[in-house]
Design a protein around this ligand. Sequence first.
Ligand code: ADP
Ligand code: MG
Length: 312
Amino acid sequence: MPFSNSHNTLKLRFPAEDEFPDLSSHNNHMAKVLTPELYAELRAKSTPSGFTLDDVIQTGVDNPGHPYIMTVGCVAGDEESYDVFKELFDPIIEDRHGGYKPGDEHKTDLNPDNLQGGDDLDPNYVLSSRVRTGRHSAGRRPDCAPPPRHNDNKTFLVWINEEDHLRVISMQKGGNMKEVFTRFCNGLTQIETLFKSKNYEFMWNPHLGYILTCPSNLGTGLRAGVHIKLPHLGKHEKFPEVLKRLRLQKRGTGGVDTAAVGGVFDVSNADRLGFSEVELVQMVVDGVKLLVEMEQRLEQGQAIDDLIPAQK
Ligand code: ADP
Ligand code: MG
């Protein structure tokens, strides 16, 4: 059944300039890319399942920005959205994913043996470790709602139809990211094998990697993160720059829309596309070790300048 909320036929009776949303107070990738001209060019198009430009951008019109993260401000309603609206999505993908170009190819590495170290992040600072990704069943549109499926001790979880068809999560208390990533890879491989045995496939192509609803999650869809206590570094003026140079991102511990409380942050990889799963987890492992070292220096009242990584 096509999407029913887009009313495209009705809207096209009105001039594009009247329908173009007011994005003057917006700070997201979509608002940076979408011009009145581009809106006029794309607004009559729709994907085979009926997803329109207005459907793509609605979230970014409703949500102007975020205190910590440059949000994307648009979503794909199906696999074809990335193609039908490529004039909008391609520059957003390039901007969000460090210059990733329309001709670039993505790489996958889900072999946990390739991760160096990662089993010893200091549990005095690292409260918990988590790796998640999303997957879509090819040829189907995302729907919403049914509840999460949990293992009993909640170290391996699959959410169904939250933001993506599947969200696969591995997590546990403390700093053994290697164990978390190993369970993640094994579980994900088992799910994919089960899918294939029933003649389903995950949405994937060589350019976009695994295709997810939000363009920020293309490629690996992987977010490896820790809840980490950084009461000193978290207040340091260089903290945002340090995270940026380590290609890491911070959130509050209650999820993407929350602020950090009591110096505890959710720190994770900022990239998803153009790096393999192993490379991204490695960035988190190495980066978190450095953040702990900086925090320890600041506890002693010492400077951290010599630890700050060089700008790349
Ligand atoms: P994502 O989109 O990666 O699932 P969100 O920021 O939406 O992440 O958070 C989803 C939930 O996962 C939140 O309830 C958050 O508290 C929890 N969470 C995220 N990272 C961790 C972590 N390292 N340890 C424990 N819980 C976490
Ligand atoms: Mg989320």
